[in-house]
Design a protein around this ligand. Structure first.
Ligand SMILES: [Zn+2]
Length: 345
């Protein structure tokens, strides 16, 4: 390992962290980046190998969580399923640095039962596959019901969310709920039952959007199964996903997309590849070179928005060291299923 690579890597992580600290101190920063910011800090605090990074991330989690709860001093629940999901996510994030909230968990568990499954996920994963008729939020800002073709507010034709994205958003939400002990009516494992059906991943040649959804679907399978960086995964559990990542890792670099490159690298490393692997090393060097002078990554034009924050988060996860010590699953009972699905059964 050359010293100059290690020094450049450490410097990039340090500058990235300073950028994220700056965002969280900004007025309105927390509203803009929401539970994403909380998660970014708490995952880092829970899984970073470097003690310095760990303690900075921990301090930031405490501040961000305090600000998040202060904003909701009137109550966590506004009568919607979305507010239950958001609260479960925020408290799950805080629980990763050791806070426990048994009373909040109990209260949320009751509130979660006030809503039907499709209010959380737009469909019911127990009885149907992820659907292809969930509309995107309209450009006018209106959310329309599943099946709608035109916006009820402005009449515009609606685009549909691809089924693969519907699925990975649903299993990621279900994971957050299950992880905090507040099932959103169903368990993470129920949503993952669709893995064999949804495994029709698309290559870059099959279109940018389809490829993009395939990548983020796969990385979120990795993250939810390895508890966002806590465990290593065996390629034998997810051979199709591993193969896809190992085949297409260079595409985001060719497209100058640090967000996606970061997701590829930490996912491949979760499968046990290290920076001694030329592909991983090359991708890390790309990340170091594509950082902006303010410490961020991603689109440079315009105001700093969620995408730039997310790209910075993903790039830092691509570069930083994880504290994993062994292979494991956040839901260990899924192992026999994964093995049998891997064989196409
Ligand atoms: Zn509209």
């Amino acid at each position: 390992m050359s010293r100059s690579f290690e020094a450049a890597r450490a410097r990039a992580i340090d500058r990235g962290m300073s950028f994220i600290e700056g965002l969280s101190r900004r007025r309105g920063g927390l509203e803009q980046f929401g539970s994403g910011l909380l998660y970014c800090c708490s995952f880092m605090a829970a899984t970073a190998r470097d003690p310095g990074l760990q303690s900075r991330a921990s301090a930031l989690t405490v501040d961000a969580f305090r600000a998040w709860t202060e904003q909701r001093s009137q109550g966590l629940y506004d009568g919607t399923a979305a507010s239950v999901t958001t609260a479960a996510q925020a408290f799950d994030a805080a629980s990763r640095i050791g806070f426990t909230y048994p009373h909040v968990r109990r209260a949320l568990r009751k509130l979660a039962l006030e809503h039907e499954v499709d209010e959380y996920f737009s469909y019911d994963p127990r009885v149907e596959p992820p659907p292809a008729n969930v509309p995107e939020i309209c450009e006018c800002g209106e959310s329309n019901l599943r099946g709608a073709k035109k916006c009820t507010q402005c009449g515009a034709r609606l685009e549909m969310v691809p089924a693969m994205r519907v699925w990975y958003l649903s299993f990621t939400s279900a994971y957050c709920g299950s992880r905090f002990g507040v099932p959103l009516r169903i368990r993470y494992e129920d949503v993952m039952e669709w893995l064999p059906t949804m495994r029709k991943y698309r290559t870059p040649k099959q279109g940018d959007v389809a490829f993009h959804d395939s990548v983020y679907c796969i990385t979120h399978i990795v993250y939810t199964l390895n508890d966002y960086g806590r465990f290593l995964l065996s390629p034998a559990w997810l051979p199709q996903e591993y193969e896809f990542l190992a085949t297409h890792w260079a595409t985001p670099i060719e497209n100058n997309d640090p967000d996606m490159a970061g997701e590829f690298i930490d996912s491949l490393r979760a499968f046990g590849l290290t920076e001694n692997e030329p592909a991983i090393r090359y991708a890390m060097e790309y990340l170091i070179d594509s950082q902006h002078t303010d410490g961020s990554w991603g689109l440079k034009e315009g105001k700093i928005d969620y995408r730039r924050f997310h790209a910075t988060w993903a790039a830092m996860d691509g570069l930083r060291e994880f504290n994993w010590t062994r292979a494991g699953l956040s839901f260990p009972k899924m192992k026999p299923k994964l093995l049998s699905w891997a064989k196409g059964k």
